[in-house]
Design a protein. Structure first.
Length: 78
């Protein structure tokens, strides 16, 4: 999934920042966000969780998920 997620972030410069966490080396981060399954994608807006998706998904599904939530976060900022 990593290449798919990296590509999704690359085509949305200035709108999406990708941060990958290795839960084995950063267990406190996984605990903070309640990560129970891998992979877990968490979309944050100013540190607040706005969406979460768990499991492997195809690129079209992830693109739709990200775009759907990016629109909501932009609308709530205005």
């Amino acid at each position: 999934m990593s290449p798919i997620v990296e590509q999704i972030a690359q085509v949305r410069p200035g709108r999406l920042k990708l941060v990958k966490i290795n839960i084995d080396t950063a267990p406190n981060v996984s605990q903070r966000f309640g990560i129970r399954g891998i992979p877990t994608l968490v979309l944050l807006d100013h540190g607040k969780e706005v969406a979460r998706i768990i499991g492997a998904h195809p690129a079209p599904t992830l693109n739709d998920w990200v775009d759907g939530h990016l629109g909501k976060t932009a609308a709530s900022a205005t």
